[in-house]
Each structure stands twice: as C-alpha cells, then as structure tokens.
Design a protein around this ligand. Structure first.
Ligand code: FAD
Ligand code: FES
Length: 293
C-alpha cells in the first residue's frame, strides 16, 4: 500500500504543508501523536507530527521544515506522488481534559503540533491562551487556525515585525506574573504546554518552574523504529531513561534533561551533512547531465 499526496504547498520558505491519503492513520489519530514515514524503500525513516487529521476524509496533514536529506526529498514531491510507508499514529496522545486555563506555546515549526492540541483543549471546555512565535513575521504560519483554536492569541517575533518584539517566554512570564488571576487574586494558569525547538522548550520550563505550574513539552529526539526497540530516542526525565516514542513524546518539562536531548540531536551531524552534500552533488550532476535545448 502506498500513500498518495493529495495536496502540497510551501507555506513559507522551506516550510511545507502536505495532505496525505492515510485512512487508517486518520481514523485513529489523536492530538499529540506522530507518524514515521519512509519516502521509498531505500529511504530513511523520519518522524513527523500529525498536525491535522480528518477521519471521514481519511486524510492527515503534515507540516515539515526542510532541513536535511529526507525532508528536502519530501519537499520535492508534489500532489499525485506517493510515499511508500506512513506508520502510525505513534506515541501517546496529549492529555485532553478540562484543566481550566491552559497556555499553549508553539515556536517555529512547533506551531503545527500545538494546533490540534489547542483545538481539542478548547473543545474540552478549557480557556486556551495561545502564544506563537517565529523569528520574523514572514515565516509565521497558521495564525488563522490558531486564532480559531484559542480563546486568546499572542504573537511574538524575534525581530519585532509582528506582535510582541521578543520571545514567547516573555509573554508566558507576563501571563504568569500579571495576566491571569482568579477571583481571589491568585494565579489561575493551570497548565502550560510548549512545543518548539529544545532551547525554547527549556526556556519555557525555566519560566514556569518558579510558579509551580504544571508544564508539558513534546520532545523530538532522533527516532528510528518508533516502537521502543532500538533505543535511539532515549531521553532522561527525572533521572530515569525513557523512550520518547513509546513513553512520550510529551513529558514533564521540569524533569527533562534538555542538555542531553540537545547533545544527542547533534550526534549524527557529520553523517547528516555528508548525506545532504552527496544528495546536492548528485542533483547538480543530474542537472549538468540534462540535455540543454
Ligand atoms: C516525535 C517527533 C515529531 C516531529 N515532528 C516534526 C514536524 O511535525 N515537523 C518537522 O519539520 N519536524 C518534525 N520532527 C523532526 C524531524 O523528524 C526531523 O527534522 C527530520 O527527521 C530531519 O530529517 P532530514 O533527513 O531532513 O535531516 P537530517 O540532516 O538527517 O537531520 C537534521 C536534524 O534533524 C534531526 N533528525 C534527523 N533524523 C531524525 C530522526 N530520524 N528523528 C528525529 N529527528 C531527526 C536531528 O536533529 C538532525 O541533526 C519531529 C521529530 C520527532 C521525534
Ligand atoms: S525510536 Fe527506537 S526506541 Fe524509540
């Protein structure tokens, strides 16, 4: 069975949205889960979060950043092309309950995975305050979707081209310090969930910890099999080794060893660079070999 790409578009430079026909995955998908895909039989297996799903239409939506060999190859596909394997849904779904007031934080490509979580939390009766951030306004995406999925939406850009000039953590800090009080004047933020680059998730955890607000992050370590067998995705949470693919991907942010996560993510950089360089060389070679009219 192969999985047909129904729609594909570049949302902002190097960030792509792809809708894939995957009825079995779409029927079971829940917010917070991911798939592991392989473009063809020779391909590397890469995990991508299910950013949206439609059980009736049998489709899932993926948002991915072109950063290396496989995501670059995926970006070169178009509607009508097929993907060999899409395994999932994998990982534990996000906890969707009535918590009260929940702050959903999405940074960069992390806006995509936070979207279905914010939407489900709002449907479950929570007051959802979303904070989304990007380096610059021109690479911000899904503002409209996040607006709909949230009771309140804050935008931040590192360069100040839209919303608050600064980081998502500034807004979270402000909400915790001044923004949310219940009728007794107490802090009334019940939960924070943050998804984005590890450095951002670590910063959010640092901001919420002194306030004692339960904070959840979705970790993105290197994954291979996605079934808890290979050990590639091991992370340290509260001093205990966990496998993000089966025990996560969401964990208590205040317990995660982010330094280890970041060092393990950089573990294969020379090999990844070599694979990309090799790919680039072969596409230049192909172009050079093409007959010119
Ligand atoms: C649960 C989970 C969900 C994810 N969801 C998304 C998403 O929705 N959108 C998105 O753009 N990215 C997502 N990622 C990251 C994505 O999997 C990597 O960007 C991708 O694998 C890079 O592959 P590459 O060959 O293009 O790049 P490479 O050059 O191979 O690697 C570039 C960097 O990507 C990371 N990476 C490489 N291989 C893997 C792998 N097998 N597993 C995880 N990380 C890897 C490493 O940090 C590496 O340094 C997710 C990762 C995880 C674990
Ligand atoms: S990806 Fe192999 S154990 Fe998690």
């Amino acid at each position: 069975m192969s999985f047909t790409i129904l729609q594909k578009r570049e949302l902002v430079p190097t960030l792509h949205q792809m809708e894939i026909n995957a009825p079995r995955v779409a029927r079971k998908a829940m917010p917070g889960q991911f798939v592991i895909l392989r473009i063809d039989e020779y391909g590397e297996r890469i995990p991508l979060t299910i950013a949206d799903f439609d059980a009736q239409a049998g489709t899932i939506t993926l948002i991915f950043q072109e950063i290396g060999k496989t995501t670059r190859q995926l970006a070169s596909l178009a509607a009508g092309d097929s993907i060999a394997d899409v395994a999932g849904p994998l990982g534990n779904p996000s906890a969707i309950e009535k918590f009260g007031t929940v702050v959903c934080v999405g940074g960069g490509v992390g806006i995509a995975p936070i979207f279905p979580i914010a939407r489900a939390l709002k449907s479950a009766g929570n007051r959802v305050i979303s904070v989304i951030g990007a380096r610059s306004a021109d690479i911000l995406f899904w503002e409209d979707r996040m607006n709909e999925a949230s009771s309140e939406l804050y935008i931040t850009t590192d360069d100040g081209t839209k919303g608050h000039h600064g980081f998502v953590t500034d807004v979270v800090q402000n909400l915790l310090e001044h923004g949310e009080h219940d009728e007794h004047g107490e802090r009334a933020i019940d939960r924070v969930i943050a998804i984005g680059p590890p450095v951002m998730m670590r910063a959010v955890a640092g901001v919420t910890k002194p306030f004692g607000v339960r904070t959840v992050v979705s970790l993105n370590p290197i994954m291979v099999d996605g079934t808890g067998m290979c050990g590639a995705c091991r992370v340290l949470v509260g001093g205990v080794t966990k496998f993000a693919c089966v025990d996560g991907p969401e964990f208590d942010a205040h317990e995660v060893d982010f330094t280890l996560l970041m060092s393990r993510l950089a573990m294969y950089l020379p090999e990844e660079k070599e694979a990309l360089d090799c790919d680039l060389r072969s596409s230049v070679g192909e172009a050079a070999a093409e007959p010119t009219v």
